[in-house]
Design a protein around this ligand. Structure first.
Ligand code: NAD
Ligand code: DAU
Length: 332
């Protein structure tokens, strides 16, 4: 039995990981979360209090980290500013949390010799052409496009340098776009679902031909747990579930699932620097560590996600107006 320090455990993917670990193992979890606009304690409701502790704080707080590190066997680092659109409007918090916050954490893990797993994104590799036959692999050169993805790339490089220079016992994973319960309504899929629930037409950036490689959050969690259990120290693993769909097709599926006509959405102004396509080759994770995704039917996963937002309006309603107010400023 291990104790994990899960940073950002009140956010979307972090909270899904906490649920997954507490439901499928006997490990314990300490969540460290600053509760920014994206953090929500309600995402951790109902979890066993004897195996989960919540600590409200900043990953950049070195004194707090010195208190927590002796209590844990590993850090699983999800905390980040995570939304590309926000990073275009105000990049500073991305530098503070994603770069300086990660720096504080790896220094603390080094001081206390604690195993570290860094959660990152496929966006560090930039984007692909629609007809490119190659997908991202562990050796694809870094080429981030947005303030968000460049700060994630910076944090990955810090972790790699700490492994090489200081022997930090660390692994890194770069995952594609997640979907599932507890995702903030600023993000593409929950934004459209909750718009339809509110009687508002979904909003598609540009032509909507941009492709994302969707993976269910539970598959991301099982991959991270696999890497914690069996990953080789110093390695990077790409996590993906072969779920490529363009944005237009995703909106049309949501509309169909929700009983609306396929064309009932609006095109809005495109995202500046909008990455065209992401696609992950997760062969290393599958062949070396024996991990496979369980949620291979994207349409069924989308139906379950629509149902989750139908059933959990008290969870998302308090975030909705503020998220839409930000989009109004950019006409999106
Ligand atoms: P999110 O925005 O939903 O959650 C981020 C969480 O981090 C929130 O609970 C927030 O309160 C917390 N946080 C932010 N700054 C903090 C700080 N300084 N100290 C402590 N806590 C802080 O993000 P998400 O979508 O769940 O993403 C989690 C991680 O996964 C990020 O590192 C992101 O880069 C990575 N990732 C996300 C996706 C995706 O599709 N969402 C895909 C691949 C990788
Ligand atoms: O690839 C992994 C990344 O996926 C993570 O690192 C990020 O944290 C996560 O936010 C996500 O980034 P994206 O920018 O791909 O996700 P987002 O949900 O913002 O947008 C998905 C696609 O949908 C993107 O092409 C932009 C488009 N979009 C988005 C919104 C919010 C729309 O067309 N309309 C919208 O209203």
């Amino acid at each position: 039995m291990s104790t994990f320090l899960v940073t950002g455990g009140a956010g979307f993917i972090g909270s899904n990981f906490v649920h997954y670990v507490l439901e499928s193992t006997d490990h314990r979890v300490i969540v460290l979360d600053k509760l920014t606009y994206a953090g929500n304690r309600a995402s951790l409701k109902g979890l066993p209090v004897n195996r989960m502790t919540f600590m409200h704080g900043d990953i950049a707080d070195a004194d707090l980290l010195d208190e927590l590190m002796p209590q844990v066997d590993a850090v699983v680092h999800y905390a980040a500013e995570s939304h590309n659109d926000n990073s275009l409007n105000d990049p500073r918090p991305f530098v503070d949390t994603n770069i300086l916050g990660t720096y504080a954490l790896i220094e603390a893990a080094r001081r206390h010799d604690v195993r570290f797993h860094h959660i990152s994104t496929d966006e560090v590799y930039g984007d692909l052409e629609l007809d490119d036959t190659e997908r991202f692999t562990e050796t694809t050169p870094y080429n981030p496009s947005s303030p968000y993805s460049s700060t994630k790339a910076g944090s990955d490089l810090l972790v790699r340098a700490w492994v090489r220079s200081f022997g930090l016992r660390a692994t890194i994973s770069n995952c594609s776009n997640n979907y599932g319960p507890y995702q903030h309504v600023e993000k593409f899929i929950p934004r459209q679902i909750t718009n339809v629930l509110d009687g508002v037409r979904p909003r598609l950036y540009g032509e909507g031909l941009n492709v994302r490689d969707w993976i269910h959050a539970n598959d991301h969690s099982s991959a991270v747990l696999t890497i914690l259990e069996r990953g080789r120290l110093g390695e990077t693993y790409l996590i993906g579930a072969d779920g490529e769909h363009n944005n237009k097709a995703v909106i049309e599926s949501i509309l169909e699932i929700m009983g609306e006509s396929a064309g009932a959405y609006d095109h809005v102004v495109d995202r500046p620097g909008h990455d065209l396509r992401y696609a992950i080759d997760s062969t290393t994770l599958r062949t070396e560590l024996g991990w496979f995704p369980q949620y291979s039917d994207f349409h069924a996963g989308l139906e379950a996600t629509v149902q989750w937002y139908r059933d959990n309006e008290p969870w998302w309603r308090p975030q909705k107006a503020a998220a839409e107010a930000k989009y109004q400023l950019t006409g999106q």
